[in-house]
Design a protein around this ligand. Structure first.
Ligand code: FAD
Ligand code: NAI
Length: 465
């Protein structure tokens, strides 16, 4: 009966959700194909997202260290530092090529068939991909997301760009106006500020980084301002006009008030992302959407149509690569009759600026809305390694249930926050109390000791503050 289908599993989209689902399905013995319309595998993340943005963040950080005079106090002096932006882009492109090529290798190794072209449903088990029709018993929708357009602001990828354009600017802008004080705006704004641009971030809400812990949002804003970024919060963009290679950005207070005009030579639109469903012809299969236009799923990633599943950015939840990857493993295991589960309460978020900003679990505000909490904080100013490295920006904050002491959320602002948050996620996954963390031996001298000290602070007894 199953042999009547060309494949056991067809995955649509080869981003972190789709390529991982395809590999795990093949590992579980299922005949698997993956449709991808891009020239290379890896989706948004590897091609125009996580990877190229981290390449530029790393390179621009090195440039800022070299030019900012920070190294002289460590006795490292040099002259003649200059920027070769073409080389910076070339090294970024090389990393992207190596990693997307790596996925192609993994597909071959695991015998996943790559169907090149755009996929569109014909019915619940039949999909057209690049002119060819294939059938599959189970189909996973993993088509990802793309930038949310701002009405009245046309993206030309020259003067007005989205994140893809902002990853490829051929020269450093004099004045970059970023619309949206979220993750993309702050990461890519930081890249171009470090390379010499004046950067103004226009954020509609009264604070950057919605969804993050309140204190973390405030501290981050303070640090970005100290670095020279202009943050216009509580401000909306009412229009952008482009003339030649210059733009005029009209802004006014979100609450109403006097308008002003920002002159810029580059404008980045980064106000969020929306699920990719256009052209998929979901109607032909009868797949239902949520109110917000995502593909609706249950706890097991099943849509309303038997045999059709959805994961990653196209489905509800955080739009993060590791969330998509974990859902990719889980959906393949569910299709194979196993029990695939993702704990959506413990998904870390990281902003890869300097310092990095990371969190997992609940913010203090969200935790308080659910019950009584205890909070412990420890500043890197009091951490010996951070002090020694002259790297004292930030803090660790742990939020625990006041009655059970169970850890509900951990927030870290630090140069190493993205790496350190894994320890917090693991502790929470294991149901740790703050006492469990406080009595775990941490190596000295490390930034990680600040996590232990923040846990000790939840108990009211930190040693070093
Ligand atoms: P995607 O990666 O979007 O992949 C979907 C794929 O499906 C695409 O390749 C697309 O071409 C293909 N596709 C769509 N429709 C069809 C069709 N009809 N037929 C065939 N193929 C189709 N997340 C992090 O966790 N960490 C980061 O540091 C990070 N940095 C980011 C930086 C930027 C600038 C951006 C834009 C995003 C970043 N993200 C980051 C988010 C991350 O990229 C996404 O959460 C992740 O890529 C989602 O994976 P996905 O598999 O759901 O979809
Ligand atoms: P975002 O949701 O993080 O931030 C968008 C910001 O724009 C919000 O602060 C919002 O209040 C603001 N905004 C919305 N409309 C506005 C308007 N009209 N004018 C001014 N401000 C407005 O979205 P962003 O930065 O575009 O990123 C998209 C997704 O990509 C995110 O969901 C994020 O998870 C993912 N991503 C993750 C990264 C990471 O994990 N390091 C890096 C980059 C992106």
């Amino acid at each position: 009966d199953e042999q009547q289908y060309d494949y056991d599993v067809l995955v649509i989209g080869a981003g972190p959700g789709g390529y991982v689902a395809a590999i795990r399905a093949a590992q579980l013995g299922l005949r698997t194909a993956c449709a991808e319309s891009r020239e290379t595998l890896g989706g948004t993340c590897l091609n125009v997202g996580c990877i190229p943005s981290k390449a530029l963040l790393h390179a621009s950080e090195l440039y800022e260290e070299a030019t900012g005079g920070h190294l002289a106090k460590f006795g490292v002096n040099f002259q003649g530092v200059s920027l070769d932006l073409d080389q910076m882009h070339a090294e970024k492109a090389k990393a992207v090529k190596e990693l997307t090529g790596g996925i192609e290798f993994l597909f071959k190794k695991n015998k996943v068939t790559w169907l090149k072209g755009r996929a569109a449903f014909q019915d619940a088990h039949r999909v057209e991909v690049g002119g060819q029709v294939v059938t599959a018993k189970d189909i996973v929708i993993a088509t990802g997301s793309s930038v949310t357009p701002l009405p009245g602001v046309a993206i030309d990828q020259k003067v007005v760009v989205d994140s893809t354009g902002a990853l490829a600017l051929p020269k450093v802008p004099e004045h970059l106006v970023v619309i949206g004080g979220g993750v993309i705006g702050l990461e890519l704004g930081s890249v171009w500020r470090r390379l010499g641009a004046k950067v103004t971030v226009v954020e509609y809400l009264d604070q950057i980084l919605p969804g993050f812990d309140g204190e973390v949002r405030k501290e981050s804003a303070k640090l970005f301002k100290k670095q020279g970024m202009d943050l216009l919060t509580g401000t909306k963009v009412t229009g952008v006009t482009v003339e030649g290679d210059r733009a005029q950005v009209q802004v006014e207070p979100a609450a109403g008030g006097e308008a002003q005009v920002l002159a810029a030579d580059a404008v980045l639109v980064a106000i969020g992302r929306k699920p990719n469903i256009d052209g998929l012809n979901l109607e032909a299969a009868g797949v239902a959407l949520t109110e917000r236009g995502q593909v609706g799923i249950d706890h097991d990633f099943r849509t309303n149509v038997p045999g059709i599943w959805a994961i990653g950015d196209v489905a509800p939840g955080l739009m993060l690569a590791h969330k998509a990857e974990d859902e990719g493993v889980a959906v393949a295991e569910n299709i194979a009759g196993q029990t695939g589960i993702v704990n959506h309460d413990v998904i870390p978020s990281v902003v890869y600026t300097m310092p990095e900003i990371a969190g997992v679990g609940l913010s203090e505000e969200a935790a308080k809305a659910k019950g009584e909490v205890k909070v412990g904080k420890f500043p890197f100013m009091a951490n010996s390694r951070a002090k020694t490295n002259r790297d004292t920006d930030g803090f660790v904050k742990i939020i625990a249930d006041a009655n059970t002491d169970r850890v509900l959320g951990v927030w870290i602002v630090s140069s190493l926050a993205g790496t350190m948050i894994a320890q917090a996620a693991q502790a929470m996954e294991f149901g740790a109390t703050s006492e469990d963390i406080a009595y775990t031996c941490h190596a000295h001298p490390t930034h990680s000791e600040a996590v232990k000290e923040a846990a000790m602070a939840v108990q009211g007894k930190p040693i070093h503050i």
